[in-house]
Design a protein around this ligand. Structure first.
Ligand code: ATP
Ligand code: MG
Length: 362
């Protein structure tokens, strides 16, 4: 019996995206071979500055029809500010994907890796291992509002927060399901009901209601201000952290910052219903300062591949990639590691070592 391959749209984008995406594919291939996962790639050159220069847009007119049938999108980085202003490249590509493919979950794993120093003094791998689940479509980032009495002393500006029951419940359900699959089975909600007195209490109410359906998951909630402080003071308290769009945005930068370097941090924009492809991209950008030098750290992109395999239903292959990253970092061979983590190696030396470790996985 032949299994239908997972169809992956590969979009390297700009700068080091063009270097770390092939590296990520090399490791994905090793995992696919080791665990018998059928993957089929199709490469696209849009969502890049080169495409913009040639066509005057970031995406072709038919991008939605072209991409919607794929099982996942493996994305590098978009942005080349010398050529396209950042808001144009971002709004012309990733934001369109997020909206049209209803990627209502943004996921940011925050795990301290071996050999990567945390800015939090005295923290070791094992102390920091949590996931931020951010609501990605509504909440504080609505464009509803306006300004009246323009250019007078009486100017008034209002911008609304929008929370729908569907929107809140679907992100909470995803987060609870994720927590119930993890070892610690703990969920923390970010809130601010003492200051934002209508929408945040509603979030709290839905959080409590959803919690009733997951009695096996331990529940906790903090106001966002003290939660941010506790990310720094007690990162070991957290397992799954669920938050509205604005709070999740802030926590999903703070979390990876606690784990040392953005070069190794992955993210995913997920459509859990499976109606549209989900997108996997590293947290870092196109890094123009090191692009083309062959020294970009590929770990963030490689970790994205692990998240993609997990999403596609291959947890063993996914775990093998994570274990291989740990193994190679633990060995700490200076000739293998890239300069950003203190080595003298290259993208390709680090990639090869991780791919070999995946191939050796038992
Ligand atoms: P964005 O493009 O998302 O706005 P940014 O411009 O803030 O991001 P990046 O492009 O991610 O930032 O780069 C920030 C810094 O981190 C740069 O000095 C860059 O060289 C470094 N950096 C980013 N990613 C990597 C990587 N994979 N390996 C090594 N260094 C990296
Ligand atoms: Mg940048």
């Amino acid at each position: 019996m032949s299994i239908r391959p997972h169809r992956i749209a590969v979009i390297p984008g700009d700068g080091i995206g063009k270097e770390v995406v092939p590296a990520g594919l090399q490791v994905l291939d090793a995992a696919a071979a080791r665990f018998d996962v059928p993957l089929e790639y199709e490469h696209f050159d849009f969502a890049s500055a080169d495409y913009w220069l040639a066509h005057g847009t970031m995406l072709p007119d038919d991008w939605f029809e072209t991409l919607r049938g794929f099982d996942a999108i493996y994305f590098g980085a978009v942005g080349w500010p010398d050529v396209v202003p950042d808001h144009v490249s971002l709004w012309g590509s990733l934001i369109q994907f997020r909206r049209r493919f209803d990627q209502y979950i943004s996921l940011r794993p925050c795990r301290l890796l071996p050999g990567i120093p945390s800015p939090l003094v005295g923290r070791a791998p094992g102390d920091i291992d949590f996931v931020v689940v951010r609501e990605n479509t509504e909440g504080e980032y609505s464009s509803i509002g306006g300004k009246i009495f323009h250019d007078t002393d009486r100017e008034v500006v209002v911008q609304q927060t929008v929370m729908t029951r569907t929107g809140v419940d679907r992100v909470l359900r995803y987060a609870f399901e994720l927590a119930s699959r993890r070892e610690r089975r703990k969920i923390t909600s970010a809130t601010k009901s003492n200051g934002i007195t209508i929408s945040m209490p509603y979030w709290d109410e839905r959080f409590a209601a959803m919690g009733e359906q997951f009695p096996e998951v331990e529940r906790d909630q903090f106001h966002i201000d003290i939660l941010a402080a506790n990310f720094v003071l007690h990162p070991d308290w957290f397992d799954v952290v669920v938050a509205s769009n604005l709070f999740g945005d802030i926590l999903s930068d703070l979390g990876p910052a606690c784990t040392g370097t953005i070069a190794v941090a992955p993210s995913a924009n997920i459509n859990p219903d499976g109606l549209f492809p989900s997108l996997f991209e590293p947290v870092h950008g196109s890094a123009p300062d090191i692009a083309g030098k062959g020294i970009a750290n590929p770990i963030g992109q490689i970790w994205c591949g692990a998240m993609m395999l997990d999403h596609l239903g291959h947890p063993d292959a996914s775990s093998a990639i994570l274990a291989a990253i740990d193994t190679v970092l633990e060995r700490a061979e200076p000739g293998i590691l890239t300069p950003d983590v203190g080595g003298g190696g290259t993208t390709s030396s680090l990639t090869r070592a991780i791919a070999d470790a995946v191939a050796d996985a038992s």
